[in-house]
Design a protein around this ligand. Sequence first.
Ligand SMILES: *Cc1c(COP(=O)(O)O)cnc(C)c1O
Length: 365
Amino acid sequence: MIPIAKPFLGEEEIKAVANVLKSGIIAQGPKVNEIEEKFTKISGAKYAVALNSGTAALHTALKVAGIKENDEVITTPFTFIATANTILMQQAKPVFVDIEEDTFNIDAEKINEKITKKTKAIVTVDLFGHLCDYDVIDEIAEKNNLIIIEDACQAVNAEYKDKKAGSFGDVAAFSFYATKNITCAEGGMMVTGNKDFAGKAKLFRQHGRADMAGYDYNDIGYNYRMTDINAAILLEQLKKLDFLTKKRIENAQYLSEGLGGIKGIGVPAVKKGHKHVFHQYTIKVDGFKLDRDELAKHLNKKGIASSIFYPKSLHLCEHIKKFGYGGGDFPVAEELSKQVLSLPVHPHLTKEQLDLIINSIAELE
Ligand SMILES: *Cc1c(COP(=O)(O)O)cnc(C)c1O
């Protein structure tokens, strides 16, 4: 079976973990400091704070940005649940905006109509590794005095006009979960150009300490610390980042060349000026011989795993519906959730496997 995702790990990571275990410092320590320092270069942001998941990084970003009870936070309904759940963790209200049909990202042109006096921030999601339309979003944020929180969990190393993912928000979050483009099993990073945000994040991940040293606390906090074991893995992954990114882009190009001409199969768009890093390679199945679910079954029989990101627009989740959302509110997201199918694009794929994926679809035409 060709898996939908597979971490790219070697002897380097194994050795790095062994060294940390032998060192006696296994929780947050010097490796975490090192990865934070290195990560500022990857993201183009001045400060980086390591956390134990992308969800923790997003939650911390919302907290340090001052998001609190009764605030409204604009975001996309077509994303992983953590994007909305972290807004709920701060007792704020997720206010959704429908998405673009081509990039699956928030439709920047529709943000204005959702802004009220209570709106504090926009959580943008660089979905599947393609950055949002920040030319428009920046302008809206500036005009309305809104904070941009960039969920870059899927977009490490992506670029728009030579600017790096993570540098578009006032604060941004990355994830290093096992399926992400680089991984340390579980891990996250908050990055920001704001010194105050970075300082607050370092206290928030330590139970809300009043300062870095003592046992005085003046706010709620969590244990969101990354361990040196995870940081050591991530340091090795960073060395491979450009290679892994290049592989994904090449695999995606190869798939699009093979699938691009097939009627009823829509290949992913890459907009002008963008470097799409293909965390997912997501096709749209609309007007093809088989419907989306039948195609997934067919691929499975051929030994190819595929996945649906995402089968349900978040406004239809039980615990989010109670804000007054219902079917039909976000027609583009709802329609796309019936059409999307993500195919393997990870760096382990061989040319033969890519050909098998293409031919298994092309043969049905
Ligand atoms: C993976 C992901 C997260 C959460 O990251 P975890 O490390 O799994 O907690 C948040 N948002 C998006 C868009 C993601 O893809």
